[in-house]
Write a protein that binds this ligand. Structure first.
Ligand code: NA7
Length: 884
């Protein structure tokens, strides 16, 4: 039963026949043209009319609805719960519409689009049955020239592409596709009249969402159905039915708060974020969470069963295995079940489907699965499909073969921007944009849910509303400032592209061939197109851009002082996971460490360490003590899983000479040991202020000498010893190298210095640039130095190794600095000074990282390349030892 509200029924437009050109749009010479009258186009039109702009929307279809107008195939449904897939811009609109199901079907969603169009009287500004074929920027006039399929030319100031992410069907790239003489259907261009497959032999090609949705229904009608599957896809049960009571209660309790939470959620639907790591969870907890995700009947919940499932293959494989077992338990024929089990991509990297009886369909006697990976299609013939030596006859073929997604509809219009450059040419190697909203060289051209915006990785309605509001505000801003032209700068665009690449690099998504990456269309450039950093992160970036005077956008026009204004720059320079880590840290609202006594700071730090993922295991760890000048020093030995002996690294922990211990950098040392294959002995040292300079340096020297003498007992190879350290520990490692050179000790094959303090004067530029907001602050650094040594002692090279009179004859070094670290410049200065003194130095400045972030194993995935290079450096020290 349809539960459309009385107002919708009263409007009478739910079944209104499509109409063309019934409105008054022809009266306008619009200032703005919106291409597309799907949900994005409808809201853009409404918003701009409300703001007082003259605007016309144009759509090739005969009515509103966009993707829901075209995709009328049986079983077509939303895969986001429809209570969330709803406009929220008008509370009265929300009250006036009630969805009948958890996942509404296409006819109901289309009725909703029509209802919105009627409620705001939008049709009068929409030109239906018309395509925009060409768009040319007229530099002199500061206007676009749009040529339509009706032979008109429009000259708006602004052109807004609301063309949707999944609008251009992918051509069926199968030999003989045009030969078939029977009925041919495409899910994305489904006829308006009812199609009856009763008594027919039907083929469905494709098992993405569209195929998986229509197959169960076609199977119920057809005499026989053959499904041609190229890639098995994951599907989780939709558990469709009435809208979940829990969701309704949440909405009714405080609708505004619910919608606000959606705007600042990861995917545009309020959902608790699970912090459990699959790779570390005990089996019972894993099973409980997997079952919970499976029972939820929601894709977003299934994406987030484990906090690490999108990051690590081992965690993802837990989900894959679970779903595969469910498929095997559902499908009776073991060979068919096995063919339906996806094995070539991590869960979620191709969009999984919501299943309403899909797997059960294969238990019907009239359904057959053809696995094209085993038996590819030979050709489509006049009567059917030749496959694996068989000629299968069909009455109808349904192509559910997908879309030229994200960019297809944009480059389908011949868009020419500044200096004759076409969009197709600019995007020949992949789309480039600033915030997914505009692209440099194409002034006054906006895209709604374009590539490099959350779009397909989000609840589209939330993303559409955010883009529309942003664009509307921008146009108002321009009006207020008498600016006529807006365009992003190359700097801003390149910065955003880098950020999008950084976001993609830390997930498993970019590796899979899918419509997200362009991999489904032969010849299309590859790259993850939607922004995967999250709806919340994206919105914050867009808001920040506005707050920083439209950072990265250039405005020109009569009212703009000097004719052009631009606050150029890059909105996101931190690695995305570093930013998340900083936000999580800030959310803890901890007191500043430097405001605490050392004991309190140590206790707080120890508590924080307890929350970290532990890191994957090494071959063995072993704790012990060694005799130090002021008493026993604890150590922890990390040994690789390979048979001993191994080269040995003596490591000194971070903590500003004030806190930490032999086990405090555990996750990073697990990681370093696993990656490098060397044994690491992490030695504690006396801490300030109880034991001030030079106690820690004396302990470090003693530890290195002891390790050299006891290498064999530690499982090391005598004569193969290096030193390493992070932060204050890197300072000690550097100092030890000086002292061994000058005072004697074992031969040191190399020194790995991660973000070392090398000079106690704290006056470098990086102290000014990065002194606040990036974890280690200038204030905390002053607190550390204050506890560690007197100002006069800081001139001593045993405290400030950069001040040594000679840096020659020191071991080869790798110095890692981080872009957003107050210590960056002194680390770089030390590397430069070593090199100048003839020491072999490799320097790595970790882009987008902070003082602490490279050590955050399993949390800061973007630190992996840094950690991998550190491990390479350690191995390299010893290969030099062997060959040298
Ligand atoms: P999809 O998800 O791109 O699925 C298309 C399917 O068609 C997929 O299984 C493809 O296999 C298959 N396909 C494509 N070309 C061929 C050829 N030449 N031969 C055999 N099989 C082929 O599109 P949908 O319309 O199902 O869903 C798109 C989105 O709409 C969906 O993710 C939801 O967000 C809503 P492949 O995987 O490429 O091997």
């Amino acid at each position: 039963m349809a539960l459309i509200t009385s107002q919708a029924s009263r409007s009478g437009h739910a079944t209104r026949p499509a109409t063309t050109a019934s409105g008054d749009y022809r009266a306008d010479a619009p200032d703005v043209v919106v291409v597309g009258a799907g949900f994005a186009g409808l809201y853009m039109l409404h918003r701009l009319r409300t703001l007082g702009f003259s605007v016309r929307a144009i759509d090739a279809a005969d009515d509103v609805g966009g993707t829901w107008y075209w995709n009328r195939y049986p079983g077509a449904r939303c895969d986001i719960t429809t209570a969330d897939y709803t406009f929220s811009f008008d509370p009265e609109l929300e009250k006036a519409w009630t969805w009948s199901e958890k996942y509404a079907a296409q006819p109901e969603i289309l009725r909703y689009a029509q209802f919105v169009a009627d409620r705001y009287d939008l049709r009068r500004s929409i030109q239906f049955g018309t395509r925009v074929d060409q768009a040319r920027w007229d530099e002199a006039a500061g206007r676009w020239h749009l040529n339509t399929s009706r032979g008109e030319t429009l000259t708006p100031r602004f052109c807004i592409m609301a063309t949707g992410c999944l609008s251009i069907p992918k051509e069926p790239d199968i030999p003989g596709a045009g030969n078939f003489k029977g009925e041919v259907y495409s899910t994305s261009r489904w006829p308006h009249e009812r199609i009856d497959f009763t008594g027919k032999r039907v083929a469905v090609v494709g098992t993405g969402s569209s195929g998986i949705q229509c197959i169960p229904l076609i199977a119920q009608q057809a005499a026989h159905l053959t499904v041609f599957q190229r890639t098995a896809n994951f599907a989780v049960p939709a558990r469709n039915g009435p809208v979940a009571q829990a969701r309704l209660q949440q909405l009714h309790a405080d609708r505004a708060a619910y919608r606000q939470a959606a705007k600042f959620s990861r995917a545009g639907v309020p959902m608790p974020i699970n912090m459990v790591y699959g790779r570390y969870a005990p089996p019972g907890q894993r099973t409980q969470l997997l079952n919970q995700g499976w029972e939820s009947g929601e894709l977003i919940a299934a994406y987030g069963i484990f906090a690490d499932q999108a990051l690590f293959e081992d965690a993802n494989e837990l989900v894959c295995d679970f779903v595969r077992d469910k498929i095997r338990a559902t499908v009776a024929d073991p060979a068919t079940a096995e063919a339906l089990c996806p094995k070539d991509h991590p869960f979620g990297t191709k969009r999984p489907c919501l299943d309403s009886g899909y797997y059960e369909t294969y238990n019907r006697p009239n359904v057959r699965l053809v696995d094209l990976k085993r038996t590819p299609i030979g050709a489509i013939t006049a009567t059917g499909i030749d496959v694996g030596g068989e000629s299968l006859p069909f009455d109808a073929i349904v192509f559910a073969t997908g879309f030229d997604a994200m960019t297809g509809a944009l480059v389908a219009v011949d868009i020419g921007g500044r200096d004759g450059q076409t969009l197709k040419h600019k995007w020949a190697h992949g789309p480039r944009s600033y915030l997914g909203l505009m692209t440099a060289g194409f002034p006054n051209l906006f895209t709604i849910t374009g590539p490099q915006s959350p779009s397909a990785f989000s609840n589209m309605m939330v993303s559409i509303e955010q883009h529309v509001d942003w664009i509307g505000d921008c146009l108002v801003h321009m009006q207020q400032h008498e600016a006529s032209v807006v365009e992003p700068t190359e700097t801003a665009e390149s910065g955003w592209m880098q950020h999008c690449d950084d976001c993609a690099a830390i997930t498993l998504h970019a590796r899979t061939s899918s419509w997200y990456t362009g991999g489904n269309v032969p010849g299309k450039p590859r790259g993850l197109m939607p922004y995967i950093g999250g709806v919340d992160a994206y919105r914050k970036a867009c808001d920040e851009v506005v707050g920083r005077d439209y950072l990265g956008f250039a405005f020109t026009g009569p009212g703009v002082v000097g004719g052009r204004s631009c606050n150029d720059g890059v909105v996101r320079r931190l690695q995305p996971d570093v930013m998340r880590a900083l936000e999580m840290f800030a959310a803890l609202s901890l007191p500043a460490f430097e405001s605490l006594p050392p004991a309190g700071a140590r206790e707080l730090m120890a508590q924080l360490r307890g929350r970290r993922p532990p890191g994957l295991p090494v071959g063995a760890t072993q704790d012990g003590t060694l005799p130090g000048p002021g008493g026993p020093l604890e150590f922890r030995l990390y040994r690789p899983a390979t048979p001993r002996p191994h080269p040995l690294v003596v490591y000194f922990h971070g903590g500003g000479w004030v806190w930490g211990g032999h086990d405090s950098d555990d996750p990073m040392l697990h990681d370093l040991c696993r990656r490098s294959g060397v044994a690491i002995v992490s030695v504690n040292y006396r801490h300030a202020p109880e034991a001030r300079f030079p106690c820690a340096a004396a302990d470090a020297l003693c530890a290195v000498r002891w390790a050299g003498e006891h290498a064999h007992e530690l499982g090391g190879i005598p004569g193969q010893l290096a030193v390493a350290g992070w932060s204050a520990g890197a300072n000690l490692a550097a100092v030890v190298c000086h002292r061994v050179r000058d005072e004697g000790g074992p031969r040191i094959a190399g020194q790995l210095l991660l973000t070392p303090p090398t000079d106690g004067n704290m006056t470098t530029r990086s102290y000014i640039e990065n002194g606040g907001g990036y974890g280690l602050t200038s204030a905390l650094m002053r607190w550390f130095w204050g506890h560690y040594c007197d100002p006069a002692d800081r001139l001593d090279p045993r405290a400030s190794p950069l001040r040594a009179t000679s840096l020659s004859n020191l071991p080869p070094a790798m110095v890692v600095t981080c872009e957003f670290d107050p210590l960056r410049d002194e680390g770089r200065a030390y590397a430069a000074a070593l090199a100048k003194a003839g020491v072999a130095v490799k320097e790595l400045c970790a882009r987008g990282h902070t003082h602490m972030s490279p050590t955050m194993v399993d949390i800061v995935i973007s630190g992996e390349p840094v950690r991998a290079q550190m491990a390479d450096a350690l191995r390299g020290f010893f290969s030099q030892t062997q060959t040298g």
